[in-house]
Design a protein around this ligand. Structure first.
Ligand SMILES: [Zn+2]
Length: 52
């Protein structure tokens, strides 16, 4: 399981995933992937701020 860092949903492996700066990010929809690609640093920062 991976987490869509745009909307916070759990996404299945094998869904829409891309490598960005050597890390794999997965998204529930093309819309979330598009939002990430428009402003990746916004989502990566928010993700890093949370401690799981
Ligand atoms: Zn999403």
């Amino acid at each position: 399981m991976a987490k869509d860092i745009v909307c916070g949903m759990e996404v299945m492996d094998g869904s829409i995933c891309i490598y960005y700066e050597d890390k794999l990010y997965c998204f529930c929809t093309e819309a979330c992937r598009g939002a990430f690609l428009r402003d990746p640093s916004k989502y990566i920062e928010e993700h890093d701020r949370k401690v799981d």
